[in-house]
Write a protein that binds this ligand. Sequence first.
Ligand code: BGC
Length: 424
Amino acid sequence: MESDKKTELKPHFSKKFLWGASVSTHQVEGGNHNQWSIWELETAVSRAKQAKEMYGHLPMWSEISQQAQTPENYVSGNAVEHYTRYKTDFALAKTLHLTAMRSGIEWSRIEPQEGEFDESALQHYREYFTEMKRQGITPVVTLWHWTFPQWFAEKGGFKYRRNITFFKRYVEYVSKNIGVDFPYIITINEPTVYAAISYHEKRWPPEEHSKLVSLRVAFNLARAHNRVYGVIKKYQPKSLVGIAHNCAYFYPGDNSRISRLVARVGHWFSNEMIIRRVNKKQDFMGLNFYFVNRVLGTKIHNPGDRRNDLGWDMQPEKLRDLLVQLYEKFQKPIMITETGVADMHDQYRKWWIEESIRSMYVAKGRGVKLLGYIHWSLLDNFEWAEGFWPRFGLIAVDRTTQHRTIRASARWYGRVIQRLTATR
Ligand code: BGC
């Protein structure tokens, strides 16, 4: 597709369009006890030792080396204390004129022991989302973002189809009892990413290494979504329900038949395979977008002209092509439920958001129905295996003082939202 650099940031978005930012429970709350926090404690020391090998090639290495070689970096601990600071965090989101926020419910808090539900934890989330709404922010709720109670891990987690029933019971308890109406619910975050990294690449708990098992986990997560869709609709009939799927834009880097074929297969496998399995039971598609993959022959070889702090190749403008492809294929409205950059010096974030908004304009012009743009992330947070050094936040967090500082790109994003929402 030709580039459309000149598209101005005009107010083409409807009144209902959501402008937001995202967080996930384990990455921001602090004080969680789940299969992931246990793994953090078991592996922090060895991961700090391996840091140079893992991250030494990154351009930011000299700036992150100290933190990355410290075991505490790999322990979520008190994270950014969003569990207790949420009211002021919402107020900060409001100063940026955000109209929506994607956040979640932590299963390990709700059901710390098998079959024993903690009413006080549910009460916390009741208050949390009520407060969010009171401050004029529309919630987009995630029910599962990779962490679960240890007892569920001991049963084998989503490796076994029979375990889906436990997830269903948790979802039923929350949907039935929370007493807050949610306009948008995301059941599962990024099934394929979790399945691949935890069960094939051995980089996340439970560090298994099997392509077959990883595929099985991804399919079980799709099944889990399908199983809870009706349950949610029973108690939250007005909710729009979907999954958040991580999609990469694949394109051939040359004109050879093999590059074109491999790009098509990569797109199918990475972007379509799971959505085909859940699409009948989703009202919208949540899209998480961070990557493009340039295919040369049978290999991915990205140009790498612009890389973020994690070394990821940045091509935000490709979002529009992906949006068009996915909408044409699945015909479901799309919400961008995550997109962003690890960018400690805040050099690329504004550009990334600007290009994303342009991409959305172009995609809309091509008939794509869009529900919202939810940037990752509202706050600097715990970036899974990498720990705390990658900085994705619109708002910087100093973990020693827990002080929040709004980044310049976020102020700019806030002004754009204000303009786009004022004139519509
Ligand atoms: C995940 C987030 C993560 C972000 C940046 C997404 O795949 O859903 O939890 O922090 O990417 O890596």
